[in-house]
Design a protein around this ligand. Structure first.
Ligand code: NAD
Length: 278
């Protein structure tokens, strides 16, 4: 990875920041994108302290025109891009499909699914030209198993998986030198669930004390792996050219369960949720 150029979206926080720092430790030159300029600046400062070049771009990955000009600026600055980590994402959870405002579906799909499509299309020619490109799309455990009250999120993450697998076949069929990888993390201790509260308030939903408590318990019980550990599993998987990377014991269990118990698992998960709500 030494001196190669890696683009990381959602680099201001959580897994994206940890990926950026893991890549910096491997000597990569970094193009970091996020909507949060403060967090981005902090990631770049930490990467710089590791002795690598890191530049930041404030980009909303859901905005196609912004992503196209981001890719052009990265090319102007660095030339060839070798690796793209499509990591930016939001959860948009806590509401069932029957009651969900359209704004929830629109925003979650814009960031998690369209964001991945925009950046992939914008950077793919560069990855091909690099002669040894790597595209890494972060899906989720919810790209293997859907979950109630995460309808928009599950839709987006199954979409990322389908898009990534189709693209992998196309790269193989065309003989293009790009490895294409889909990542399914389980619970990772980041800001993702807490950020849902701010997003809910932004679209005018009333955030109840009960929902705040649900997020607190979810953070405590479900999001356990450290972002550094998650990033290390991902980067080692990329180095080993794995097409599919499962992050954490929970993702590995779900991966087996959905295949062994395809008819029973939705019922088991629903029942577990009912019990947890008591
Ligand atoms: N944390 C988990 O348990 C978990 C599990 C499975 C998958 N994931 C996925 O991992 C990825 C990273 O999430 P995280 O857990 O580190 O969350 P996080 O909230 O800590 O980080 C997400 C980053 O994405 C940025 N972002 C949000 N919308 C954006 C936009 N429109 N354009 C650019 N940047 C944007 C945020 O500002 C933030 O810096 C996401 O795709 C998420 O769905 C996380």
């Amino acid at each position: 990875m030494h001196a190669k150029v890696a683009v990381v979206t959602g680099a201001a926080s959580g897994i994206g920041r940890a990926l950026a720092l893991g890549l910096a430790r491997r000597g990569a030159r970094l193009a970091l994108a996020d909507i949060d300029p403060g967090g981005l600046g902090e990631t770049a400062r930490r990467a710089g302290a590791l002795g690598v070049e890191a530049h930041t771009w404030q980009v909303d990955v859901g905005d196609r025109a912004a992503v196209v000009s981001f890719a052009a600026e990265v090319e102007k600055h660095y030339g060839t891009v070798h690796q793209l980590y499509n990591n930016a994402g939001i959860a948009g959870g806590g509401v069932n499909i029957l009651d969900a405002e359209w704004a929830v579906f629109e925003r979650v799909l814009a960031v998690n699914l369209w964001g991945v499509l925009h950046t992939t299309k914008a950077f793919l020619p560069h990855l091909i030209d690099s002669g040894a490109g790597h595209l890494v799309n972060i899906s989720s455990l919810n790209g293997l198993m859907a979950q109630a009250e995460l309808g928009a999120y599950s839709t987006s993450k199954f979409g990322v998986r389908g898009f990534t697998e189709a693209l992998r076949m196309e790269m193989v069929a065309a003989g293009h030198p790009v490895r294409v990888c889909v990542v399914h993390p389980g619970g990772v201790k980041t800001n993702i669930a807490t950020a849902t509260l701010a997003e809910a308030e932004r679209i005018g939903r009333v955030v109840t004390a009960e929902y705040r408590e649900q997020i607190r318990v979810y953070n405590e019980r479900a999001l356990r792996l450290s972002p550094d550990r998650a990033a290390e599993i991902i980067l080692r998987g990329v180095e080993a050219n794995r097409p599919r990377i499962l992050v954490g014991g929970d993702a590995r269990v779900v991966d087996v369960a959905v295949r062994l118990l395809p008819r029973v698992y939705p019922w088991l998960v629903g029942r577990a949720m009912r019990q947890a709500a008591r």
